[in-house]
Design a protein around this ligand. Structure first.
Ligand code: ADP
Length: 162
């Protein structure tokens, strides 16, 4: 049975992530969403909160498991017996970095294959960073995130829900 691991910061999880994860469930029997602690990125939400939100948002997708990790991705992937790494490609601008990352991971762990999925068109411009910025400045992010994530953003940035 193939296990696919979808690693990311998920700060916070957006509808773009969820779209990719849903597509992955149609292709793989088990999808592990691996939330990276990523202290280097100074995330807006704690690791626990990012995991909690992803779990709540993905609750309806049975073959999906959400777990935190803080070690090297390939080590963690091996430890859970994942054989495929999933990443999302929104636009050409993602390609450079994602291609480098896939190359490095292949060099470190040749048995792991990286696959890319692209989201539905309406999510190609969507990123956690933009969602945070729009929310922090009082914009409405209802079209981009689950209502629970919207509430968490409102709480995080201390403003009232519109
Ligand atoms: P990271 O810090 O590892 O880039 P992210 O949570 O930002 O973590 O993204 C995780 C993965 O999901 C990356 O491969 C990224 O390209 C992809 N991704 C992020 N947003 C979207 C989106 N709107 N549509 C498709 N893929 C996305």
């Amino acid at each position: 049975m193939i296990t696919v691991i979808y690693p990311g910061t998920f700060d916070p999880i957006t509808n773009g992530h969820t779209d990719i994860i849903y597509r992955a469930t149609l292709l793989f029997p088990k999808v592990v969403v691996a939330v990276a602690s990523n202290p280097g990125k100074a995330p807006a939400f704690t690791l626990e909160r990012r995991v909690e939100l992803a779990q709540a948002v993905l609750e309806h997708l049975a073959p999906v498991e959400v777990v935190p990790f803080s070690e090297l991705l390939i080590k963690f992937a091996r430890s859970i017996h994942a054989t495929v790494i999933l990443r999302g490609l929104r636009a050409v601008s993602d390609f450079d970095y994602e291609f480098q990352l896939a190359g490095m991971n292949r060099r470190l762990a040749p048995e792991l294959e990286t696959v890319f999925l692209s989201p539905a068109e309406q999510y190609t411009f969507l990123s956690s960073r933009l969602v945070r910025e729009v929310s922090a400045l009082g914009g409405d992010v209802s079209d981009f995130v689950h209502p629970l994530v919207k509430a968490a953003l409102n709480e995080r940035f201390l403003k009232t829900t519109k």
